[in-house]
Design a protein around this ligand. Structure first.
Ligand SMILES: NC(=O)c1ccc[n+]([C@@H]2O[C@H](COP(=O)([O-])OP(=O)(O)OC[C@H]3O[C@@H](n4cnc5c(N)ncnc54)[C@H](O)[C@@H]3O)[C@@H](O)[C@H]2O)c1
Length: 442
């Protein structure tokens, strides 16, 4: 029997409104995380308001247009027309919300320290209008202690008591953009409240739209769960990247090693090398944890080491490009290099922290003339200029002295690449079974 959690009249009122789907839900920050979440609540029958600082995003959403690849425009249009989803720049409307979910960015400063200024800005807006019975949930990835030590005091300033007058929880977002199997609804949702009543309220909220809710004992545990997950990925990718560089020196095919090791039915999980880490999560989140650990006098060595190894991968790929060009009796200086894929991972359009951008920088630094082809990214801003994606054609491939497969989008025509590229540096093993001559793997 689970323990019976006592809540008060405010909690019961919120619970009732959540059960009847009459609770009004506000989502602060409608990006890769906030928009899918907002549409999920709206599809379940709630009335959802998105609070944004980006006027373009607000206008597009209210016109029924999606700007996030995983959210179909058809879905947004239907929900906007049905009056269940809208966006606003007017934060005074927060006062009308029963629930406020915070999905703002959590980047790093240049010093690799956490930048929680977006969270602070969002919470300031909520604190100005906090009302009795409101549930506030932080979803942005952050260091353990943020909800309890930073957000809670800001909200309690008005004299309200957490767990009684309002409810506060942390629930990490685990969305995996571009993943056709797992999306907001069927990824289990970890929830940790400041008090048991807070956990109860947040669990009921997510239980209304998600297939499985996993309550934990505190906000700190919930915050740490997300950081463990992403640190696990960063460290394992770092390990396999180091192994790839080691195998390169020893003349062993790391890809064959991993594939064979992956036949072990227990105790092994395959990770694959690549040109480096990208996106708003894996390259960033572990440093939130190491920063917090340092505050407690603890040095998180695995995190730092994985960070160094992973950050060195674009240089490693550039070294292979030099070797590949050398084999074709060409200097890097003046050679034409075509990068395939600038999104940070396959089948998505996100270039944040993408290692392809570092690779372009390094190759140009060394004198190469670099172009790119990416069906998801029409252009990038590079050194203050716009670089446009090239169409992937036989002529484009033949014109390049070296083609680098940086992101293995499924939509690339690999047969065409195998047939027409003169020299290929394959950082994703995408040429496996297609071509070996003139192919240099990492
Ligand atoms: N992208 C992912 O795959 C992913 C996965 C899991 C967790 N996360 C975490 O979720 C959080 C959000 O990431 P994202 O990828 O959705 O970011 P994003 O940049 O795609 O979206 C954030 C949105 O918040 C808006 N915003 C910024 N400050 C605001 C403010 N004060 N008020 C209102 N709106 C504001 C921005 O205009 C933007 O539209 C981050 O903490 C991230 O680490 C991201």
């Amino acid at each position: 029997m689970p323990p019976v959690i006592k809540t008060n009249a405010a909690g019961r009122r919120l619970s009732d409104r959540l059960a009847r789907k009459s609770a009004r839900i506000g989502i602060i920050g409608l990006g890769y995380v906030g928009l899918p979440l907002a549409t999920e609540f709206a599809k379940a029958g709630f009335r959802v308001t998105g609070f944004e600082i980006d006027a373009k995003r607000t206008a597009r959403l209210n016109a029924g247009v999606s700007y996030i690849q995983d959210v179909p425009t058809r879905e947004v249009r239907d929900l906007v027309r049905a009056g269940r989803l809208r966006a606003t720049l007017d934060f005074t409307e927060l006062a009308r919300m029963d629930v406020v979910d915070i999905c703002v960015p959590t980047p790093l400063r240049k010093t690799k320290d956490p930048d929680v200024s977006f969270i602070v800005a969002a919470v300031e807006q909520i604190a100005l209008r906090l009302k009795r019975g409101q549930l506030v949930v932080l979803e942005s990835t952050t260091y353990p202690g943020t909800t309890d030590e930073l957000v809670r005091p800001m909200l309690e300033k008005r004299g309200f008591e957490v767990g009684k007058d309002f409810f506060l929880a942390f629930s990490p977002e685990r969305v995996d953009p571009g993943n056709p199997m797992y999306h907001t609804r069927n990824i289990p949702k970890v929830v940790g409240g400041v008090t048991p009543a807070c956990t109860l309220a947040a669990s009921q909220l997510y239980g209304a739209v998600m297939e499985r809710v996993v309550p934990v004992s505190s906000t700190q545990v919930a915050e740490m769960v997300k950081l463990l997950e992403n640190t696990f990925r960063s460290v394992n990718i770092g390990l396999v990247n180091e192994l790839a560089m080691m195998c390169d020196k020893m003349g062993i095919d790391v890809w064959e090693v991993i594939d064979a090791a992956a036949t072990k039915p227990f105790g092994f999980m395959p990770f694959y090398p690549g040109p480096g880490l990208g996106g708003h999560c894996i390259p960033i989140d572990p440093f939130y944890l190491s920063w917090k650990a340092r505050q407690s006098g603890f040095e998180a060595r695995f995190i730092e080491l994985a960070g160094v190894v992973n950050a060195g991968m674009p240089e490693h790929v550039a070294k292979i490009v030099t070797e590949a060009l050398n084999a074709a009796k060409k200097p890097m200086k003046g050679s034409r290099v075509l990068i395939l894929g600038v999104a940070y991972k396959a089948d998505i359009d996100d270039v944040r922290e993408s290692p392809s951008l570092d690779l372009i920088e390094i190759l140009e630094r060394d004198g190469a003339r670099v172009e790119f082809a990416d069906p998801y990214v029409p252009s990038i801003r590079h050194r203050g200029h716009i670089k446009k994606s090239r169409p992937l054609s036989a002529a484009t491939l033949r014109a390049a002295d070296c083609v680098v497969i940086a992101t293995a989008h499924k939509t690339f025509d690999y047969k065409l690449i195998a047939r027409h590229a003169r020299t290929i540096v394959d950082s994703r093993n995408a040429m496996k079974g297609r071509r070996t001559r003139g192919v240099y793997k990492i």
